[in-house]
Design a protein around this ligand. Structure first.
Ligand SMILES: *Cc1c(COP(=O)(O)O)cnc(C)c1O
Length: 471
């Protein structure tokens, strides 16, 4: 019996096409022309090894020489496609979540993209002072604009807000107590939690107050000779309502001054323009935090601010100088691409109207429903008749996302699709796995595309994708 199985396997293995035979296969020749002989050979080797393994380890008997050859070719085609295509791909975000963390948060303004290209292709003044003709500081680039826009004395840009917070805590509270309210021990997602960030920053977290109420006297009573700083964290992704009490930033600043203690305010989302006029609730502005007199304010660059991933620290001259001198700063330093994109984004804020128009995150938030309705109608009008029958325009709600504006929604316009020939699950999957992935959501047997976060230049692409999938 054993010998018979072995014989069967040997004969299956003999059916595997040889490398020479495969290299003369028409489809393989095409692949070689498009890629390279080395690349195709490497994939062929891999696929042949894999098939040998399958034939040896299973009882499966190879069907025929031709069929095996077709299988090898198909596998090589897939493998080359995987190897040569990027893993980080552009997608169309039709989820209705503007700051979708999994889809990369903020899109950059054209001005920021141009700035990135310029510094990517050229040598730059990253750490070079042109006037003096000698070494300069990479931290000098965005500082002036940030101070101009926020009223701050000094500023520092690092990799993200988590880094900004870690640096601020470590610089002022290493081995000492950082006082924070129990109502502000926020978890942001991923692994970012205030207690853990405090521990990693080597400071001792001194929790005060209760979950729902913290009073000034709670801070006051906790202050001792080992206190390093007073910390306030914005509840960016949850709301506390009911029987609640909080200490204002101004009160905390006064307390800090009385005891010569620095006050840190982590804003989370960096907001420079009041968005209440677009129907959103109040969210603290960076300028207000600076004006209240806190020693250090930290925020993200790629949330509501609408720039690249970055952490922005704004503060007094002496506090920022102290952070710059911390050796940890080097580990969190930003690269030239981030600085270029951030500086270009910041400059757009000199003109509020321009910022609202040019910064995609702000543009998506401020687009009026009437305009979204018009775009949805144009998309549907361009669809073939057969597809139109499967599509409807409905009203819905978009979210800001990115851990900001918890529980708040923006009125929006959605394209709601009920596919006739495939299931809604198949439609969602086909759109998601297409060459330009289209990410929407399924709700009550409909596939929904929220127009608010679809870029206007993508409207025509939506027409092409829906026409392809629904006919
Ligand atoms: C988002 C957020 C952070 C983390 O910011 P990243 O830029 O993602 O590192 C920290 N604190 C608060 C309050 C936040 O909302």
């Amino acid at each position: 019996m054993a010998t018979m199985v072995k014989e069967v396997k040997d004969s299956s293995l003999r059916l595997l096409p040889s490398m020479d035979k495969l290299l003369s296969n028409e489809q393989i020749t095409e692949l070689i022309a498009r890629h390279s002989l080395v690349e195709v050979k490497r994939s062929l080797d891999g696929v042949l090894d894999e098939l040998r393994g399958v034939l040896i380890s299973s009882k499966a008997v190879a069907v025929s020489r031709d069929e095996l050859e077709r299988e090898v070719v198909a596998k090589v085609q897939t493998r080359i496609k995987e190897v040569t295509s990027s893993s980080l791909l552009p997608v169309i975000n039709a989820t209705g979540v503007i700051l979708h963390t999994n889809l990369g948060r903020s899109l950059l303004a054209d001005e920021a993209v141009e700035a990135i290209l310029k510094v990517a292709q050229n040598y730059t003044t990253l750490e070079y002072d042109l006037k003096a003709g000698k070494r300069g500081s990479r931290y000098s680039h965005c500082e002036g604009v940030i101070c101009d826009l926020t009223g701050g004395e000094a500023a520092l840009v690092v990799n993200n807000n988590a880094a900004a917070l870690t640096l601020a805590l470590n610089t002022f509270s290493q081995g000492r107590e950082a006082i924070v309210s129990r109502g502000e021990l926020v978890e942001i997602g991923g692994s970012f939690r205030i207690p853990e960030v405090m521990a990693k920053s080597a400071c001792i977290m001194r929790e005060i107050g209760a979950t729902n109420k913290t009073h000034l006297k709670d801070y006051e009573n906790a202050i001792n000779e080992n206190t390093g700083m007073l910390v306030k964290v914005h509840r960016s992704n949850f709301k506390l309502t009911g029987f609640v009490a909080d200490v204002s930033l101004e009160e905390l600043v006064r307390l800090g001054e009385k005891h010569f203690l620095p006050v840190l305010n982590d804003l989370g989302s960096g907001l420079l323009i009041d968005l209440q006029k677009f129907g959103l609730p109040y969210e603290p502005l960076i300028q207000q935090s600076v004006k209240a007199g806190v020693t250090l304010t930290t925020c993200s660059g790629d949330k509501l601010f609408g720039g690249p991933q970055a952490g922005i620290i704004i503060g007094s001259k002496s506090a920022i100088a102290k952070i710059k001198a911390n050796s940890l700063t080097r580990a969190f330093r930003v690269d030239k691409l981030t600085l270029a994109a951030l500086e270009a984004t910041l400059k757009l804020y000199y003109d509020e109207e321009k910022a609202l128009q040019s910064i995609p995150t702000l543009r998506m938030i401020s687009t009026r429903v009437e305009e979204l309705e018009k775009r949805a109608q144009n998309i549907v009008a361009d669809l073939p008749e057969e597809v139109k029958k499967q599509v409807e325009i409905v009203r819905g709600k978009s979210e800001i996302g990115g851990g900001s504006y918890p529980g708040s929604f923006l009125d929006s316009v959605l394209i709601s699709i009920t596919p006739h020939k495939i299931s809604v699950i198949e439609l969602e999957e086909q759109c998601r796995l297409g060459s330009l992935p289209l990410i929407g959501r399924i709700h009550k047997d409909k596939f929904l595309l929220d127009v608010r976060c679809i870029r206007p230049v993508e409207d025509k692409t939506i027409v092409v994708i829906l026409s392809k999938r629904l006919i």
